[in-house]
Design a protein around this ligand. Structure first.
Ligand code: PMP
Length: 394
């Protein structure tokens, strides 16, 4: 039977990682893979995570199954972290999932179960896995304009025109903060206008929040998600703990389905729990338990918040260093967008040819669409990158 399988498209970023590994040049710079790295190139385990793991090892006396929806200590703590008091807790149905990807996958499946003909509007560009999963599930995709190639900011007028064409029951996927792959984000005034369109059309928002704490701060990064959740009749939120807790491989995420009345909560909760059961039964517990231990303990939580803040401000500093180096070399402000963007990524806004040129000539590895992982830089590599960018004629 297996001979009838078809080849699957290779993951572009994974191929880039291999090319980087195979490059013998000691001066090579990896701006490809989407994980946080410190100045030494390491993706560290956060202090609070290590402490919680130690404590867990001492205290945990069973590894029996938890609950299909995940441990309520986790789902409640994460709901609180993302939504704070934006909506009453009794309106929120929530399940733990394997990472943010698992939350998105379950969310799309829930949409398909509830409304098989729903279309999902996604920003152009978006995280490629959104497209890939939607295609796999056979859900119709509509792309809305998002990135303005000229300013490297959001094409807000284009976005508004496009999402206005959504119909009641369609889904509009929104990146809650730190848009991947561009780094360009809406301001709160623009978010309020998006909310008006959602309410006018009856489209249901699905907020993907994978970088809370990586942009302007834990509360600031959740502000848009909270505004959306508190302003529309129904909403889905997929949250990832991979980046802000640095627990990528533990596969820790949360899916929330909200409505502005508590009546349907049980139906939503039962369907989401059913989906967990069908797809993987019990969600992974280790990462979720670490997250709930950290969020529910004042000392661990404070330590986690201060380390996350160091990570965030470190990336902001790299952004401003790169922008000012480019300003110095180019004698213009045209790279100011790098300091304006938020999160781990910035889209440089250049052609695949120039991306390839920088890779071949300077050993700089970025994704073909010119997405750079800002966390892949340090004080030594910033001048090298800036020179290569100018040299390539970007
Ligand atoms: N959404 C976006 C926009 C992402 O960038 C990512 C991670 N690259 C995810 C969701 C999912 O992350 P994970 O499954 O690793 O938690």
């Amino acid at each position: 039977m297996f001979e009838s399988l078809k080849e699957q498209p290779a993951d572009g970023i994974l191929a880039l990682i291999q090319m980087y590994k195979d490059d013998p040049r000691p001066t090579k710079i990896d701006l490809g893979v989407g994980v946080y790295k410190d100045a030494t190139g390491l993706t560290p385990i956060m202090r609070a995570v290590k402490t919680a793991e130690k404590q867990l090892w001492e205290e945990q006396d069973t590894k029996t199954y938890t609950s299909l929806a995940g441990d309520p200590a986790f789902t409640n703590a994460m709901t609180q972290l993302v939504l704070a008091d934006a909506v009453p807790l009794e309106n929120v149905a929530a399940v733990a999932t394997p990472g943010g990807t698992g939350a998105l996958r379950q969310a799309f499946e829930l949409v398909r179960m509830a409304r098989p003909d729903a279309r999902v509007f996604v920003p152009d560009p978006t995280w490629p896995n959104h497209i890939s999963i939607l295609n796999y599930l056979g859900i119709e995709i509509v792309r809305y304009r998002y990135f303005d190639e000229e300013s490297r900011g959001v094409d807000f007028n284009g976005m508004m025109e496009d999402i206005k064409t959504a119909k009641a029951g369609d889904v509009v996927l929104l990146h809650g903060c730190c848009h991947n792959p561009t780094g360009a984000n809406l301001n709160m005034t623009e978010w309020a206008q998006v909310v008006d369109v959602l309410n006018d059309t009856g489209a249901v928002p699905m907020v993907d929040i994978a970088y809370q704490g990586f942009g302007d701060g834990l509360e600031e990064d959740a502000a848009a998600t909270r505004l959306v959740a508190s302003s529309v009749p129904e909403c889905l939120v997929a949250a990832s703990c991979s980046k802000n807790f640095g627990i990528y491989r533990e596969r820790t995420g949360l899916l929330m389905a909200l409505s502005n009345n508590a009546d349907g909560r049980k139906l939503r909760q039962d369907n989401m729990t059913f989906l967990n059961r069908q797809n993987f039964s019990f969600p992974p517990d280790h990462g979720a338990r670490l997250v709930s231990m950290i969020l529910n303990d004042n000392v661990l939580r404070a330590d986690w918040m201060s380390e996350l803040e160091e990570v965030r401000t470190g990336m902001l500093s790299l952004r401003s260093q790169l922008a000012s180096e480019l300003q110095r070399l180019s004698g213009s402000d045209r790279f100011g967008f790098i300091a304006q963007h938020r999160g781990m990524f910035s889209r440089l806004g250049t052609t695949p040819d120039k991306v390839a040129l920088m890779r071949e000539k300077n050993g700089i590895y970025m994704v073909a669409d010119s997405r750079m992982n800002i966390a892949g830089l340090n004080a030594n590599t910033i001048p090298i990158l800036a020179e290569a960018i100018i040299d390539a004629g970007v």
